[in-house]
Ligand binder design. Sequence first.
Ligand code: GUN
Length: 285
Amino acid sequence: MAQLIDGKKISAQIKDELKDEVTQMNARGITVTLAVILVGQDPASCVYVRNKKKACEYIGIRSISCEMPEETTQEELLEKIREFNQDDSVDGILVQLPLPAHIHEDTVIDAIDPSKDVDGFCPRSVGALCIGKPGFVSCTPAGIIQLLKRSGVTIEGKECVVVGRSNIVGKPMSLLLLRESGTVTICHSRTKNLKEICKRADILVCAIGKPRFFTEEYVKEGAVVIDVGIHRNEQNKLCGDVDFERVEPVASMITPVPGGVGPMTIAMLMSNCVESARQKAQNKE
Ligand code: GUN
């Protein structure tokens, strides 16, 4: 039987550590502020934004909420970002995605000052990760590294297979595992011999975006399996990219869905905000 990697517990630990740190920063007169921009009323985005604000409240981060109507023009949104870029009290800027179809996402992300890019999405942040320079790292993959480290999994020298090549998860995940000295293979939906390659993995990161795609046929005995997917099954219950019932007996460790990778994303966003404020305070010293 596999050991469960408890993302709820680990994310709560991280949030508690951050809460202590923010309390100490406050005592030194340093505040931490996150600006959250939501355009339109996408129901899932509204839930995510609400959860981000709740996490800020818990930790003691001030959150500025900017809710803009669906009809907002790209220029109006860019103007708002410029305003937050110039506002010295703002440490992090988050534009909730997806944006309405008439707004060009890349242009918007590119407008965020890299020193406030707490989502780690802007090209400068991704480039910094690629060449091993400091910068903010996309929250979901950064959270997965924390899950592995805090569960006692060594990455160095391990065969790591990442299935998925998105800019938000697959690509930064591969770069982070490489930074930790893993031997990394990146696969995707068009990879030939996907089963054979996955079966080599000591650490298998499943981010293909297909419900219960990964069965025991993809998993080596004793592998650590990280499930990034989140879907609703026929009974409207949450499930991941991994067929948990079939993989769990083979794996040594596995993340459940829900309660695995999901809660880590917000914890790492909070961590990036605190890091941004810490850097700003250091630069002023
Ligand atoms: N939409 C879904 N996930 C995310 C995320 O991590 N950040 C932002 N900005 N938007 C999202």
